[in-house]
Design a binder for this molecule. Structure first.
Ligand SMILES: [Fe+2]
Ligand SMILES: [Fe+2]
Length: 170
């Protein structure tokens, strides 16, 4: 997670790239699970980093950015509702991968990961091309004030010790 004072769009697009990087690190670590003494621990650690970063991202959108957009535009059943539904599918896949990692079923984890990656790519494209520009427009110059709430949520999230349940709590 970057500490950005830039625009809302820069912050959330940058965070997409951060999550992509965490996934790439996990995928690379999966190659080493059989060849390296600490390979499995490394893969598990990279998985936790990815899951944590992604769940935090969804949390910040759902708890800060989307409600702000909905309050300012009155659009509660539009693009944010669709994005929330897709977040639920992403969380379900993350849970499946989490279970596969726990059981050390690395091939299963990567198979579910392919599905998650495709879904995430399509989801992120929609956000970056459509929703974030709308969000940026509606929030305008208030981003620095909203960013403080983002920082507060990030702190609370870091203090929670689970990889998912606290992020799922409303
Ligand atoms: Fe999203
Ligand atoms: Fe996003």
């Amino acid at each position: 997670m970057q500490e950005s004072k830039g625009t809302l769009i820069e912050f959330f697009v940058g965070d997409h790239h951060h999550c992509d990087g965490e996934w790439a690190a996990f995928e690379a670590a999966c190659d080493g699970v059989n060849s390296d003494n600490n390979g499995r621990e490394k893969a598990r650690a990279h998985w936790n980093s990815f899951a944590r970063a992604t769940l935090l991202h969804l949390h910040l959108e759902e708890e800060v950015a989307f409600p702000e957009f909905e309050a300012r535009t009155g659009m509660t059943g539009g693009p944010t509702a669709m994005m929330r539904m897709e977040h639920e599918r992403m969380r379900a896949l993350i849970s499946q991968i989490d279970e596969a990692v726990r059981l050390e079923e690395w091939d299963d984890a990567l198979d579910h990961g392919d599905t998650l990656l495709l879904l995430t790519q399509q989801h992120n494209q929609k956000e970056e091309a459509i929703l974030y520009p709308m969000l940026g427009e509606s929030i305008g110059d208030d981003w620095p004030m909203i960013f403080r709430r983002v920082e507060e949520k990030m702190e609370l999230f870091k203090e929670s010790d689970s990889t998912g349940s606290d992020a799922d709590a409303q």
